[in-house]
Design a protein around this ligand. Structure first.
Ligand SMILES: CC/C=C\C/C=C\C/C=C\C/C=C/C(=O)SCCNC(=O)CCNC(=O)[C@H](O)C(C)(C)COP(=O)(O)OP(=O)(O)OC[C@H]1O[C@@H](n2cnc3c(N)ncnc32)[C@H](O)[C@@H]1OP(=O)(O)O
Ligand code: FAD
Length: 576
């Protein structure tokens, strides 16, 4: 056993709470843990679909690997295991990053949100069996945030009972939709509806873009991949230009509004229902795309920091693990706390979303404005805090943190996108401010928007802390687990306060002495939590396969893994 493995084993011996109990709480119960592990075992024991190290792959190899694994998953593995795309098991499969995230996670749910019963009956079975592969095409080259500015039009042709879809200029081209570039043959396309020269705003249309046999683009369609990005390498974000493309009248997804054969426009629900898909995604992607990513980065950085020996605390004494340095504890442990605290706040948000969908089934959408405000604010605050944290955790691993061998750069490159998609964060914060504080006149409004953004960040952080604090109070668990959760709650709250003492001092909410006390209390908590650090990240229960990290493996064998990984570099195929 290597020295590093022995160090980690010693650390695990001093954890003072039941790690399995905390895993069960994090998962939402022992049965959930059992289900998640069963799925992980099935995935990891099937070489056709298990996670592999993509660190050395080209962009094209990563895309092809993601598509191949995904098709195998749906065509072979799910039927073999007796699982359907809506089985609970599949919700755990999304953790194993593959392609078709937008098809499965956006296109299909939006079809269910916007389609009539007949339209769902027509397209859903095809989508579930991948006979059609869809994208959600809303954003254009020239507009992403300002939806009322979208330029793609859908003009109703009464004579032929068709819509004519057109991108009037280059900036109207759809740009960014995931799975669009090479995979999708259909698009759930958002366009401005026009009837007899009158504009009715953004509406959803089902548009076939490729031939189902040859996969060639249909007439009037120009489609392709937008090129290399910061991350999301397994996803072919694409461009789509439509030149006078005709679709049947029946392809307007008409749960909320329809156009009669004679061109009469009939609305059936609030025009805000068209925004529903964005509320849903903001409410449910945070856990899988931001918080889970932070948990992986914490696992890697904590395990590595416990085995990385560097320097002496006392001259002449043996080298210590970098986790003994208070600065390292300050870098890592508040983000371990954030993972737990935001995980449970996101759970509350998704529960609120599910409650809203039940109200919506009874035609009650009165809760939509509040849910829009909370989901927009949470999406902005949590995605930013998590992605900022992942970068701090990467830097805390020194040089090896800068290598793909650590696994953290790939984790960060995917998580940070959550600050932009589904609503750019600043815009989301301002939406939350508007709904929480009311809309002043546009000029007073723009002049105060910088402060409003900060006010909303504080508002949402307070929601996160109070949600977790009340959740712990109600939680039935052993005392050691409750104690460590209370420490994490206090650490997250204090780290947020200490990052903003200026605001508290400015308004006289805290005195300078109280600010000193808050700072001292945080340092004391770091020391209290330090002995449990490895147990807290072990409780996330990320397998080595999921982490794909030479620094964060469960056994701590960092150096052997690093060297074995480097030797696989394509540059090492030849000595010269
Ligand atoms: C489980 C998932 C699995 C896999 C997926 C994995 C990864 C996903 C990766 C990528 C997917 C990404 C997809 C996308 O990015 S899709 C595109 C997302 N785009 C956006 O979010 C656009 C953001 N812009 C907006 O939301 C609006 O334009 C904005 C709200 C910013 C401004 O609206 P507008 O300009 O129309 O004016 P306002 O006066 O501000 O609003 C009008 C009115 O409507 C209300 N409103 C606005 N938005 C919403 C909403 N979402 N829900 C409810 N209500 C909304 C707003 O409050 C105003 O109401 P009122 O005051 O009563 O007039
Ligand atoms: C990885 C990834 C995947 C994506 N997947 C999809 C997809 O599947 N389907 C899809 O339709 N789209 C997708 N998108 C596009 C995404 O939804 C948009 O990029 C996003 O909505 C932001 O819009 P934008 O790019 O036009 O930014 P802009 O709105 O142009 O933002 C640029 C800057 O302007 C500021 N700004 C804009 N408006 C305001 C305002 N009113 N007040 C104050 N500041 C403002 C913003 O804060 C930002 O700083 C994806 C994007 C990414 C990165």
């Amino acid at each position: 056993m290597s020295r590093e493995s022995r160090l980690l084993e010693k650390e695990r011996g001093q954890v003072n709470f039941n790690v399995e109990e905390l895993t069960n709480i994090y998962d939402g119960g022992a049965e959930e843990t059992k289900l998640r592990r069963k799925v992980a075992d099935v995935i990891q024991n099937d070489p056709e679909v298990r996670c592999k190290d993509i660190g050395m792959m080209t962009r094209e190899e990563r895309y092809i690997d993601g598509v191949r694994r995904c098709v195998y998953l749906y065509k072979v593995l799910l039927p073999r295991e007796g699982w359907t795309p809506v089985s609970k098991e599949v919700s755990h499969i999304l953790r194993f990053c593959m392609s078709f995230g937008v098809h499965a996670g956006v296109f299909i749910p939006c079809l269910l949100s916007f389609g009539s019963d007949e339209q769902i009956a027509k397209w859903l079975p095809l989508a579930m069996q991948f006979q059609i592969i869809g994208t959600y095409a809303q954003t254009e080259m020239g507009h992403g945030t300002f939806l009322r500015g979208l330029q793609t039009t859908a003009t109703y042709d009464k004579k032929n009972k068709e819509f004519v879809i057109n991108c009037p200029e280059i900036s109207a081209m759809k740009w960014w939709p995931g799975d669009l570039g090479k995979s999708a043959n259909h698009a759930l396309l958002m366009a401005q509806l026009v009837i007899d020269g009158k504009k009715y705003g953004m509406h959803p249309f089902m548009v076939q873009i490729r031939d189902l046999t040859t996969h060639m683009p249909l007439p009037g369609i120009t489609v392709g991949d937008i090129g290399n990005k910061v991350g999301f390498e397994t996803t072919d974000n694409g461009f789509l230009h439509l030149n006078q493309v005709r679709i049947p009248r029946e392809n307007l997804l008409c749960k909320n509004a329809e156009v009669k054969p004679n061109g009469t426009y009939l609305t059936k629900a609030s025009d805000k229902m068209v925004y529903g898909s964005m509320v849903r995604l903001r409410a449910i992607i945070l856990e899988s795309e931001a918080v889970s990513a932070l948990g992986k980065a914490c696992t890697i950085a904590v395990r590595y920091s416990l085995v990385r020996c560097q320097g002496e605390l006392e001259p002449g004494k043996p080298e210590v693990s970098v986790m003994e340095y208070m600065t390292q504890q300050k870098k890592l442990l508040p983000y371990v706390a954030m993972t737990y605290v935001t995980h449970f706040a996101c759970l509350k948000l998704s529960n609120q979303y599910n409650a809203f969908t039940r109200e919506m089934d009874n035609n009650d959408i009165s809760g939509l404005p509040e849910l829009h405000a909370l989901s927009a604010g949470m999406k902005a605050v949590v995605s930013e805090q998590c992605s900022d944290g992942i970068e701090i955790l990467r830097k805390s691993c020194g040089g090896h943190g800068y290598s793909n061998a650590s696994g953290i750069p790939i984790i960060w490159s995917s998580a940070v996108a959550c600050c932009t998609y589904e609503g750019e964060n600043t815009v989301m914060l301002l939406q939350c401010a508007r709904l929480v504080h009311g809309m002043a006149s546009y000029n007073a409004w723009n002049q105060s928007s910088v402060e409003l953004v900060n006010v909303v960040k504080a508002h949402i952080t307070q929601f996160i802390v109070t949600t977790f604090a009340s959740g712990i109070t109600e939680l039935e668990c052993t005392k050691p687990v409750k104690n460590v959760l209370q420490q994490l709650c206090a650490l997250y709250a204090l780290s947020c306060i200490n990052a903003s003492t200026g605001d508290f001092l400015k308004v006289g909410y805290l005195s300078p002495r109280q600010c000193d006390l808050a700072h001292e209390a945080e340092l004391e908590l770091l020391s209290c939590i330090r002995p449990n650090a490895v147990g807290l990240v072990d409780a996330f229960d990320f397998s080595d396969d999921l982490l794909q990290s030479c620094l964060g493996a469960y056994d701590g064998n960092v150096y052997e893994r690093l060297f074995a990984w480097a030797k696989k570099s394509p540059l090492n195929k030849t000595e010269v």
